[in-house]
Design a protein around this ligand. Structure first.
Ligand code: F6P
Length: 319
C-alpha cells in the first residue's frame, strides 16, 4: 500500500485531530503517503484533498474540532455520489481510507467497503452511542465541559435557591446526561432511553424543598424532553424558582482531555496498521483498555445498550 486517505465526518469532536496526527505519523513510519480529505465524504465527492506531510499535523494535538473540517453529507447517500467518490479515490491513487465519525459515518464506511474499497472506521461521537467500543472519541472531553458548566451553575443555583434544568446533548442517548449527573451530584438525570414521570420528579423535589433543600439540578438529554416544559412543570408544582440552561455546542469543543488524546492516538495508529496489513470493513474501538477491531457490519446493525447501572447510580445518589 503506497497511499491512504483520511477524513472526519458527521458531528466534530475533540480528539479527532489527535487521531489524524497519529494516523499520519504511523503511515509515515511505514513509508505510506496520506491524502487528507476536507469536509468528510463531501471531500471525496468534490475531490477536495491535499497530501499531508509530517508538518501538516504539527501543533494540532491540543486543538478541539477537526482541522480537516467535517460535514453531514447527503450526496453520499445517493448512488451517483458514491460512484463519484469511488472514482475519485481510484484516480487519486488512494488504496485505503480511514473514516473518523459517528454512526452515520461508519455506515458510509461500510458502504465503501461493500463497493470493494478498503476502509477502517474510528468511532467519534460525544453521544457514546456506538457499540463495540467502551468509549468513542470526544465523550470524555464533552463530559469535562459539562461538569465545568454544571459546577458553575450549582454555585449560582445555591446562592439564589433555584432549580436549574440543564439540557445536554444526546438525541437518542442519555450517556452524557446520566454520567454528568453522577459526577456533578445532580438530583435527576432525564434520558431518552427511559420513560419518565414528571409528577414523580416534582413530588420528589417538593419533598426535598420541604426539608429545606432549596436548590436542585436536573440534567436532561436533548432527546428526552423539552427543558423549558420540565422547568415550568417544576415551578408550577412546587413554586420553586426555575431557570433553564441549554449547553448546546459548547459541549463539543475545547482542548481534548488526556483520555481523548490518548484514545485518538491509539485508534489512529491501529487503523493505519490494519489497512497496511490488508484488512478492511472494520472499526477499531476500545474494549477493556485494549484496542480491538470489530466488523463494521456488526457495528452498524447493533445498538449500544443504555448503561442502566449509570442511570440507577444517578438516581440513587440524587436522593
Ligand atoms: O451526534 C453528536 C451530536 O452532538 C448530538 O449529540 C447532537 O444531537 C447533534 O450532534 C447535533 O448536530 P449538529 O451539530 O449537526 O447540530
Amino acid at each position: 500500500m503506497k497511499r491512504i486517505g483520511i477524513l472526519t465526518s458527521g458531528g466534530d469532536c475533540s480528539g479527532m485531530n489527535a487521531t489524524i496526527r497519529s494516523a499520519m505519523r504511523t503511515a509515515l513510519g511505514k513509508g505510506v503517503e496520506m491524502l487528507a480529505y476536507r469536509k468528510g465524504f463531501l471531500g471525496l465527492i468534490k475531490n477536495d484533498h491535499f497530501l499531508m506531510d509530517n508538518r501538516s499535523v504539527s501543533g494540532i494535538l491540543q486543538r478541539g474540532g477537526t482541522f480537516l473540517q467535517s460535514a453531514r453529507c447527503e450526496e453520499f447517500k445517493l448512488e451517483t455520489g458514491r460512484q463519484k467518490a469511488l472514482a475519485n479515490l481510484h484516480e487519486a491513487g488512494v488504496e485505503g481510507l480511514v473514516v473518523i465519525g459517528g454512526d452515520g459515518s461508519l455506515k458510509g464506511a461500510l458502504t465503501l467497503h461493500g463497493m470493494g474499497f478498503p476502509v477502517i472506521g474510528i468511532p467519534a461521537s460525544i453521544d457514546n452511542d456506538i457499540p463495540f467500543t467502551d468509549m468513542s472519541l470526544g465523550v470524555d472531553t464533552a463530559l469535562n465541559n459539562i461538569i465545568y458548566a454544571v459546577d458553575c451553575i450549582k454555585d449560582t443555583a445555591s446562592s439564589h435557591a433555584r432549580a436549574f434544568v440543564i439540557e445536554v446533548m444526546g438525541r437518542n442517548s442519555g450517556y452524557l446526561a446520566s454520567v454528568s449527573a453522577i459526577a456533578c451530584g445532580a438530583e435527576y438525570a432525564i434520558v431518552p432511553e427511559v420513560q419518565f414521570d414528571l409528577s414523580d420528579i416534582c413530588a420528589h423535589l417538593r419533598h426535598r424543598f420541604q426539608e429545606g433543600r432549596d436548590n436542585a439540578i436536573i440534567i436532561v438529554a436533548e432527546g428526552a424532553g423539552e427543558a423549558k416544559t420540565i422547568a415550568d412543570a417544576i415551578k408550577d408544582a412546587i413554586g420553586f424558582e426555575t431557570r433553564v440552561t441549554v449547553l448546546g455546542h459548547y459541549q463539543r469543543g475545547g482542548a481534548p482531555s488526556v483520555f481523548d488524546r490518548l484514545l485518538g492516538s491509539r485508534l489512529g495508529k491501529r487503523a493505519v496498521e490494519l489497512l497496511v496489513e490488508g484488512e478492511s470493513g472494520k472499526m477499531v474501538g476500545l474494549s477493556c483498555h485494549s484496542i480491538v477491531a470489530t466488523p463494521l457490519e456488526e457495528v452498524v446493525r447493533s445498538a449500544k445498550m443504555p448503561q442502566e447501572d449509570m442511570l440507577r447510580l444517578a438516581e440513587m445518589l440524587g436522593i
